[in-house]
Design a protein around this ligand. Sequence first.
Ligand SMILES: Cc1ncc(COP(=O)(O)O)c(C=O)c1O
Ligand SMILES: Nc1c(O)cccc1C(=O)C[C@H](N)C(=O)O
Length: 413
Amino acid sequence: MVVDDIKTLDQNDPLTSYKAQFALPDEVIYLDGNSLGALPKRVSERMEETTRQQWGQDLISSWNKHQWVTLPQRVGAKIAPLIGANAEEVVCCDSISVNLFKLLAAAITFNGTHVRNRIVSSHDNFPTDLYIAQGLETLLGSERCQFVDVAEDELMHAIDDQTAVVMVTEVNFRSGKRLDIAALAQKAHQHGALILVDLAHSAGVMPIHLNQWRVDMAVGCTYKYLNGGPGAPAFLYVRSDLLGNLQQPVAGWFGHSNPFAFAADYTPDQGIKQFLAGTPSVISMAAVDASLELFSDLDMEQVRTKSMQLTQVFHELIEQTGLTKTLTLLSPLSANERGSQLSYAFDYAYELCQALIARGVVADFRAPNFIRFGFAPLYNSFDDVWKAVELVQQVIESKDYLQPRWAQRQTVT
Ligand SMILES: Cc1ncc(COP(=O)(O)O)c(C=O)c1O
Ligand SMILES: Nc1c(O)cccc1C(=O)C[C@H](N)C(=O)O
């Protein structure tokens, strides 16, 4: 592959105009959109309007005038087509962690008997997913709720008649490996279990077909490929025919059928609104709402095609420059089997990551020893990939990663 091939790829990129929609610094090659997505310019404009006019001038009347009160459902409805769901099956609220607690607890109580008491997951899942399941087991007791975590490859075999809910993340945050969600859903249903999918590393970067795959419940975040900003609220999906049959444990007033009646007793809403708990974080959610405008005309197949090309070209260049002698690919070799990231193991991954950041290439390090490059098709170009690999080569060949100054560890890496 030569630089002219890269130019041709950029010239033929149907998504090339999207980059101008983002406020990225000129000198930075940002390959960390899988941790925190870049800032869309329209989000800054919306923040200005939401704070200055809606909050500043219209004050409390904005709950009605600007429909703040229905923002979780309206934002959920915008996320729905991106995940293959109907508008009334999705709400935007809380964090993934809190939404997992609500849905796992609802799934365990839905499936009722003490015989069907297991949450099955893989021990390579994102830690918060594991912690929430462990916490629920502690809360309910292991007779009522037993958490079983197995190797990712063993998931299919671990699903049995004792399984109440299978909890999986579509794209593994370490390796980037993609699971076959339709197959897992089928296996869960054969055993009478539900399936709950974490879409943190999939939403906004690949087509997702929750209804078609027959997924019962899902969660995802909006701060990665949906570019909603740091700490932006998460989303939650429940299949329509389960709505009304599940009861989530955080029975807050925003999940009440009529919150502004201020009744003393809790009557849950029968729709997706039941999964809300308290007052929505209006400002953060307005940011998500604005960012989602970027996705309204997007063809997610096109996004996926470019995402696969970006990871493919990056790894081809790593191979071509002989860097695979130093960096060991942790992600699946086939682009089709991974999400929009590449992870490489290297004993000096932390130092390499710091030396790259100093040169304007932002990737991230994950303990104990790997560097992760995330590719956001809306604002990463093939030229970014070319330049990033050149800089990786420069740092590795010069052994600059051995400089003691890179070894100073930060809390968030
Ligand atoms: C797969 C996955 N699940 C959950 C989380 C965290 O969720 P939250 O901080 O919104 O609770 C992350 C990353 O932050 C993640 O990668
Ligand atoms: N959610 C994050 C945060 O609040 C601070 C720093 C990083 C994150 C992340 O998104 C981590 C991410 N989920 C990961 O895959 O590692």
